[in-house]
Design a protein around this ligand. Structure first.
Ligand code: SF4
Length: 440
């Protein structure tokens, strides 16, 4: 460990950083109180947990600025198994999460354009373009990103991510470890699970060598258990939207999912979701709905449109529509059922194999139909996401089937999760209003 870096790490991220972030949290809480006093006729004020969420993630980014020479850094894709890395005390950084944050701060188009000017096609995922543009320009809203000592990526969400992370591996001259997950047409077969489990076992000596630490099964089991607790709690949070009126919306969930994506397995994330549940239960007890005049409940399919979250939330609330659930946020809840504390390594293999994007379009349809029933939904909003092809594939057929099988109206809007140049406000607003009329 480099002593001067260690001093910077503990002073910068701990002694000085923590009080500053606490102050920032108090300011955010004040803003939420001010919104409550304004008393919007359609929307309840945001959950106070949002302030804690941004404190948690900011803390992680702050540590990342000072971590070089103190802890080894592993970059990982949002769907990659992180448990082995956590057990070896790597500092974790999730580029997808950074890209989403840049999108929410309306920086996605600017950073994407930087990548495009260097030859990256506009057809590539806008998360990838945002992140690559951020790297090429050195621009990031978090000040500085930690350099990777190891990159772990899984193709359980798409193929693009492999090429994106491989490019970063070249830029940073860092080794890239790929976890290859066979695509599932049904449930995982024993040889699928064994194939992924073997790769996890192969990751251990690689990660040990880079971290300079011995892998401990005991520590690994603890991390797996906390990751499972975190995902189970996240599932409970999402399920609270079954209440009428829904105490939280899909838009709240898009924000609150940060820790389960980037920091699952951390004690602070488990505590955080306990806090979230407490606040939501208080809303349920008082009969507070996120949409004040909830008349219709819908499912949001696909990624959020990060740079327009509050716009959508407001427009839909004016129509009395609440997005009760989204299958995007649910993907960090559902696979936790495969975590097996009797056979943790196998459980980890199963969990990451069953990611929704690693499963067939038919599975996704069945899953959505089940949600319509469980969450008492009246319609589905399909976001046809220009640069996330795997998520958008099959939406036209799925929309037709939902109408034919369940008789519920569906709306498809075309946009992009991070690239605001694709967004057409007038066109989308007209379609939302027509959808509101269809719902009655
Ligand atoms: S293409 Fe879709 S699944 Fe792949 S990284 Fe981009 S947003 Fe994620």
């Amino acid at each position: 460990m480099n002593l001067s870096n260690a001093v910077k790490y503990y002073a910068g991220a701990g002694m000085f950083g923590k009080p500053l972030l606490h102050l920032q949290k108090l300011q955010n809480l004040k803003k939420i109180d001010a919104l409550a006093r304004k008393n919007d006729p359609h929307l309840s004020p945001p959950l106070k947990a949002n302030a804690r969420m941004s404190q948690l993630l900011s803390e992680q980014y702050l540590k990342g600025r000072f971590t070089e020479g103190v802890r080894k850094v592993a970059w990982h894709s949002s769907g990659a198994p992180i448990e082995i890395l956590q057990a070896l005390d790597f500092f974790l950084y999730t580029p997808d999460n950074h890209a989403a944050m840049c999108g929410a701060r309306k920086l996605g188009a600017e950073y994407s354009e930087i990548a495009e000017n260097k030859g990256y096609s506009r057809d590539i995922c806008s998360y990838a373009r945002t992140d690559i543009g951020s790297f090429l320009s050195g621009k990031t809203p978090v000040g500085r990103l930690p350099k990777p000592d190891l990159i772990v990526v899984s193709n359980n969400i798409c193929q693009t991510i492999l090429h994106w992370y491989q490019a970063m591996g070249v830029y940073y001259d860092a080794p890239v470890f790929v976890i290859d997950t066979p695509f599932l047409y049904g449930d995982a077969r024993p040889h699928d699970i064994a194939f992924v489990k073997n790769q996890l076992e192969e990751l251990i000596p690689v990660a040990e060598k880079i971290s300079g630490k011995r892998f401990s099964r005991k520590r690994f089991n603890q991390v797996v258990k906390r990751g499972k607790d975190c995902s189970d709690l996240w599932c409970e949070v999402l399920y609270r939207a079954k209440y009428k009126p829904a105490p939280l919306s899909g838009f709240d969930a898009f924000i609150l999912m940060g820790p389960v994506v980037a920091l699952r397995g951390e004690a602070a994330s488990v505590d955080f979701y306990h806090e979230v549940l407490k606040e939501i239960d208080d809303r349920i007890e008082k009969g507070i709905g996120v949409v004040k005049n909830e008349r219709h409940r819908i499912l949001w399919d696909n990624l959020p449109i990060w740079y327009r979250l509050s716009w959508f939330s407001k427009q839909l609330a004016e129509l009395g529509i609440v997005v009760a659930i989204s299958n995007y946020t649910y993907q960090w809840a559902e696979p936790a059922q495969y975590m097996d504390m009797e056979r943790p390594m196998e459980g980890v293999a199963k969990t990451y194999l069953h990611s929704i994007l690693n499963r067939s379009a038919g599975y996704k349809l069945g899953h959505m139909e089940k949600m319509v029933d469980e969450f008492s939904l009246d319609g589905v909003l399909f976001h046809s996401d220009r640069s996330c092809k795997p998520y958008s594939l099959g939406q036209m057929d799925q929309s037709k089937s939902m109408l034919d099988n369940l008789g519920i109206p569906c709306l498809t809007i075309e946009s992009d999760h991070n690239d605001s140049r694709i967004f057409s406000e007038g066109q989308i607003l007209t379609r939302l209003q027509a959808f509101g009329e269809m719902l009655g």
